[in-house]
Ligand binder design. Sequence first.
Ligand code: FMN
Length: 323
Amino acid sequence: MIEAAAAAYSPQNAQGWRFLPHGDRLYARLDPSRMFPVVDPTHRGSWVSLGAAVENARLAAAAAGYATAVSFDPTQEWPASVQVATGTTADQSNVVLAAQMMSRRTHRGRMTPPPLSRAELSAAARAALPGARVVTTPARDRVRVLDAVEFAVRVQVGDRDARRDLHRWHRFWPWEAKRATDGLLAANLGMSRIRGIVGRVLAAPPLVSMLGVPARLGREARRAAATATDFLVFASPRNDPAALFEGGRGWQRAALALCASGAVTHAMTAPVDVPDAAAILRRVHGITEVEGLVAFVRAGRPERVLPPVPRRDPADLIDIIGP
Ligand SMILES: Cc1cc2nc3c(=O)[nH]c(=O)nc-3n(C[C@H](O)[C@H](O)[C@H](O)COP(=O)(O)O)c2cc1C
């Protein structure tokens, strides 16, 4: 279950989760040392990602024929848990989703037509319930959404503290990854070493704006986003940790459902994290202030299928209660 949990998506692949197996439950909480205080001060993405990890853990048990129950109580030190019991037969829909867990990956590359079919979109929307409702971007609003992507990336890259927050997870050399003790490499986030090194040099604040780096990266993000045939926005009924956690479970299930039909997904977080861009996403997709923005996702068919990216050793994610 923990290996399945770690195959879930997480911001920058930081995998900011801790797990505690105890009795008939697997408990889960956030790892405060692996969060994003500047770009995500409310931990929105971290709660979403914890939901995704817990849903994967649940799917692993459910696909093996166990009865499962997920609970979440934000007042507890270990807020989330999956309770497992014997004595049921595996529900086929869990088996289909669980079969995709280890091969699903964020597809940052180009996507090609045809667009997702109605059947694929409704399978994804069904899978996302009850945690998240899925809204697709109407064709007439594509340009506004691309504007929001470009604007958000420009703002985020132009903010020195936000850059630092993200750079913390970009290790371009194997020895850096080794020193960080989790083996994560920026190459797994689709970043080339040359660009990364140049980026580090240019990260000095005056240079970044003098050379127009934020504007250039904004345009690049827009071009990459534009190759998606579909944009999906996932919304949770409320904007609190419990609802975002459930929204993350829904988004994870929808991503797995799309994977099962050969489609791919790619979350872009800047337009959700930058408030003015998030306001555009809300307006275009009819998402109210009360609802939570779980994810903005490019979706489509991959030009090229890529292998899954490495994870932290599951043993490093486990807390043990002493005897
Ligand atoms: C809340 C959240 C936000 C994310 N935002 C981005 C993003 O802006 N750009 C991106 O390329 N990937 C984004 N991702 C995807 C992660 O980088 C990805 O899940 C992680 O690197 C693990 O790789 P995998 O999804 O291929 O297994 C996001 C994931 C989560 C959970």
